[in-house]
Design a protein around this ligand. Structure first.
Ligand SMILES: CC(C)(COP(=O)(O)OP(=O)(O)OC[C@H]1O[C@@H](n2cnc3c(N)ncnc32)[C@H](O)[C@@H]1OP(=O)(O)O)[C@@H](O)C(=O)NCCC(=O)NCCS
Length: 322
């Protein structure tokens, strides 16, 4: 059977790190409030010359190098972002040009914080049906550009960054098979008003700013994530105790703790980077994954579960044998 096997990871962060104390000079907040409610201490903020495509390109180069491939052998790029360089063309095509791999498939996916999971689902389907052989799946964001820096309820929560993985279509046996074993994705458009951007090309003709009712989002996140994790584990015949690592969307340490508790998963099995990166939307899962691969926690053979929930609402989870 053909499976999409994860053969490389990479990530990139803007040069500038911004502490809670620095934010407290701009808005009425404090390090104590932010750490207590979210677990966030730091975030990286892109300079004008650092864009969604430049961060994505850096992360992609590292992932391709880790895979040991030539960039020209990549025939599919799926890039998840809610903060593209331009309304069009797709940021994936800019990355493709930067990498010097022309002629393959390249497009963006918009599912906000779940974007990377959606991109994994799409790339995996395309690899398994033979449309491509080697895929780059990227999550890259510059949310700092769409934050209202006067709104303390949102501006302290987000950061910029990018993460990437390389997937290769490989023949795998049933037993101990490596690769993406299952992905489940969902959306419920009824909750648009809880997390959205108040602008866009077709409505206001502007980019708009992020708006969120944080408390309601929190409530939905814990319920939806627990359900989709149960669903995807059932599909692959695994129980929570089989999980070696949970790599969740990094929105808030309290959401991660609540999700782990619902699964009865010890905190040591949850990869947590929100303290240093804040919420980097579609970039957060591949950024955390790359960190845990590079520091030697995640190794070949591990059963890894990825999950995310974001605006729309959208949510999803993936089970991967590394
Ligand atoms: C945003 C979030 C941290 C707020 O925590 P909370 O415990 O729900 O806090 P509330 O929104 O109820 O606000 C409590 C108080 O803190 C205040 N507050 C909000 N932001 C603040 C800040 N940055 N600094 C200090 N005080 C702040 C509020 O104004 C409110 O004050 P009031 O009681 O006088 O009105 C939390 O709801 C959350 O993490 N939600 C999920 C958000 C998320 O992850 N979204 C992305 C999903 S992809």
């Amino acid at each position: 059977m053909i499976r999409s096997v994860l053969v490389g990871t990479g990530s990139a962060l803007p040069r500038r790190a911004v502490s809670n104390a620095e934010l407290a000079e701009r808005v009425d907040t404090s390090d104590e409030w932010i750490v207590e409610r979210t677990g966030i201490s730091n975030r990286h903020i892109a300079a004008p010359d650092e864009t969604t495509s430049s961060l994505a390109t850096d992360a992609a180069r590292k992932a391709i190098e880790a895979a040991g491939f030539e960039a020209s052998s990549i025939d599919l790029i799926v890039l998840a972002t809610a903060t593209p360089d331009q309304t069009f063309p797709a940021t994936a095509t800019i990355v493709q040009n930067n990498l010097g791999c022309r002629g393959g498939i390249a497009f963006d996916v918009a599912a906000v914080c779940s974007g990377f999971l959606y991109a994994v689902g799409v790339a995996d389907s395309m690899l398994r049906t033979g449309m491509a052989k080697r895929a780059l799946v990227i999550g890259s964001e510059t949310f700092s550009r769409i934050l209202d820096w006067e709104d303390r309820t949102t501006c302290v929560l987000f950061g910029d960054g990018a993460g990437a993985i390389v997937l290769e279509a490989q023949e795998q046996g049933e037993e101990g098979s490596r690769g993406i074993l299952a992905t489940r994705l969902h959306a419920d458009g009824a909750h648009n008003e809880l997390l959205y951007v108040d602008g866009g090309p077709s409505t206001t003709g502007t980019v708009g700013k992020l708006r969120m009712k944080g408390r309601e989002v929190f409530r939905h996140a814990v319920v939806n994530l627990a359900e989709v994790l149960k669903e995807v584990l059932e599909e692959t015949g695994h129980s929570p105790s089989d999980i070696d690592w949970l790599v969740p969307h990094q929105a808030n340490a309290r959401i991660l703790d609540a999700t782990a508790r619902k699964l009865n998963l010890p905190a040591e099995k949850v990869v947590m980077t929100v303290g240093q990166h804040a919420n980097t939307s579609a970039a957060s899962v591949p950024l955390a994954l790359d960190q845990a691969v590079r520091d030697g926690r995640i190794v070949q053979g591990d059963l890894v579960v990825l999950e995310a929930m974001g605006g729309g609402f959208t949510w999803g989870a993936s089970v991967v044998r590394i």
